[in-house]
Design a protein around this ligand. Structure first.
Ligand code: SAM
Length: 273
């Protein structure tokens, strides 16, 4: 691995360690879990389907809210994240909610050294791909941890989103390239947290951009078959200041609602042998 990528990953780990406790106190999903609910949206619930009794590996699980939601739906869950404080939060939440799940602190790229098992479902969702330096390695790791006939499920913000900045009139301005750049982009301006805008994060983060073909081809090369690929005009977080949260809980861009079908994409892939 390039030395610069190693440094970028270390910085990202520090960044997620910094904001994990902020998220434990501010994520709406924590509140829903504590009140006995399951804070998963209807799209994921419908597309992932019945999980009761199935083994599920959750990559980049952060503070475990989605992992514990699938556990509450009956899945046998293992969550993985490289942020120690995220894993500590996940374990605290697990104990408080009396739910069963195993949380492992590991870089996804080192997971084979920490986990010897295969799973019915490998799950990765909502704000994950930009932190990954190598999608081919990521995809081969998914194939490695899937049982034959199992499936991988991804819900992610559409890469097209990352091409734009919003101006004062909430119009989207084409600002960044779509295609993958060899080096990660560093974000080092103090900025409000996406979950708690009163918290200003002070650690830099490094992000890689990946195109749709980068994502799909990495998974196909690893031996998975594409079962479906969907795009939606709504998002799971306030990506742009002008986004409006509607009664259904999703964030929309009012000016282009229903016109840009690029905000979320989902893929589901099945390993055949
Ligand atoms: C946006 S969060 C995960 C999304 C999750 N749906 C959530 O919001 O709770 C991204 C997570 O990826 C983790 N992460 C980033 N790079 C990683 C890596 N190389 N290995 C393991 N975890 C990583 C971070 O620590 C962070 O917890």
């Amino acid at each position: 691995m390039k030395a610069a990528f190693k440094t970028a990953e270390k910085e990202n780990q520090r960044h997620w360690d910094e904001i994990a406790p902020v998220h434990l106190n501010s994520y709406q999903s924590v509140k829903i879990l504590k009140s006995g609910g399951v804070p998963l949206d209807e799209i994921q619930l419908g597309e992932v389907g019945e999980v009761a009794g199935k083994t599920l590996l959750h990559l980049q699980c952060h503070i475990g809210t989605d992992s514990l939601s699938w556990a509450r739906k009956g899945a046998i869950v293992t969550g993985v994240d490289f942020s120690e404080r995220s894993i500590n939060c996940a374990n605290r939440l697990k104990l408080e909610l009396s739910l069963d799940a195993m949380f492992i602190q590991s870089n996804v790229y080192d997971l084979r050294q920490h986990l010897d098992a295969t799973f019915d479902i490998v799950y990765n969702s909502q704000g994950v791909l930009c932190w990954l330096r190598d999608l081919d390695q990521w995809a081969s790791l998914i194939a490695h941890f899937l049982k034959p006939g199992g499936f991988f499920y991804l819900m992610e913000s559409h890469p097209v989103c990352d091409m734009f900045e919003e101006d004062e009139s909430h119009a989207l301005q084409l600002t960044y390239p779509y295609f993958h750049l060899p080096s990660p982009t560093c974000w080092d301006e103090p900025s409000p947290d996406y979950s708690d805008a009163t918290y200003i994060s002070h650690t830099p983060s490094y992000e890689w951009n990946w195109s749709i073909s980068d994502i799909i081809n990495a998974l196909l090369k690893a031996g998975l078959a594409l079962e479906f690929f969907n795009e939606y005009d709504r998002l799971f977080f306030k990506r742009f200041p002008g986004m409006v949260r509607e009664a259904d809980g999703w964030y929309y861009l009012p000016k282009v609602r229903g016109e840009i079908s690029v905000i979320i994409h989902l893929t589901r892939q099945e390993k055949l042998n």
